[in-house]
Design a binder for this molecule. Structure first.
Ligand code: PAN
Ligand code: ZN
Length: 186
């Protein structure tokens, strides 16, 4: 049995902070190559290196049936006309699915089947949950004007494979057109 202290987590749905959890941050300089407009990326970087998103991860146990979870918070912003978003990844252990629950703000999840390249955009909002099947690249996009905060729950053995999707890229981008998100194949 786990230590009782590992059975309960308190988090703040406004800030996405989990006390005592492992925080990691991605600044604009960590996201080279993911935004479509290279000139806008270079200009934004020259202007500073803003924080784009942060996560707090909890890893209570790592046995074969165990789960990890993390809260992610993407700040509002755009590079050119493309919204702030996560790097995106596949799970190293491809069968690993993930369950996302929206806590604050409004955004989209871009889900792309690794085998077929078929992609879907699914809303991520408070009171909504998104199921990410195995072998599906996933990226989270903040289309609102406040932070987007969400909870993701995944198998402890899932792992993060950033290289596979970085190499081929996602096939869809989401840009702001007349104040609204519009998807475009690239
Ligand atoms: C999430 C993501 C989180 C950050 O916890 O790790 O949204 O996105 P990137 O990992 O793509 O930078 C998750 O999907 N875990 O498996
Ligand atoms: Zn994941």
């Amino acid at each position: 049995m786990l230590n009782p202290a590992d059975l309960l987590t308190s988090f703040d749905p406004e800030t996405g902070v989990i006390d005592g959890a492992l925080r990691s941050e991605r600044c604009l300089s960590d996201l080279r190559g993911i935004f479509h407009d290279a000139d806008a990326y270079a200009a934004a970087l020259a202007d500073g290196d803003p924080l784009v998103y942060y996560t707090y991860a909890v890893e209570p146990a790592d046995g074969p049936g165990d789960l990890y979870y993390a809260i992610g918070t993407i700040l509002p912003g755009r590079i050119g006309d493309e919204y702030y978003m996560t790097k995106g990844h596949l799970h190293t252990w491809r069968p690993a699915a993930e369950f996302y629950i929206g806590l604050r703000g409004s955004g989209l999840m871009l889900l792309e089947d690794e085998a077929t390249g078929e992609s879907h955009l699914v809303p991520l909002e408070p009171n909504g949950a998104v199921y990410v099947p195995g072998s599906t690249a996933h990226r989270t996009i903040n289309t609102g004007d406040e932070p987007l905060t969400y909870l993701g729950i995944y198998p402890a053995r899932a792992g993060h494979d950033y290289a596979a999707i970085a190499e081929r890229g996602f096939s869809t981008i989401v840009t702001c057109v007349d104040g609204r998100p519009v998807a475009r194949r690239v």
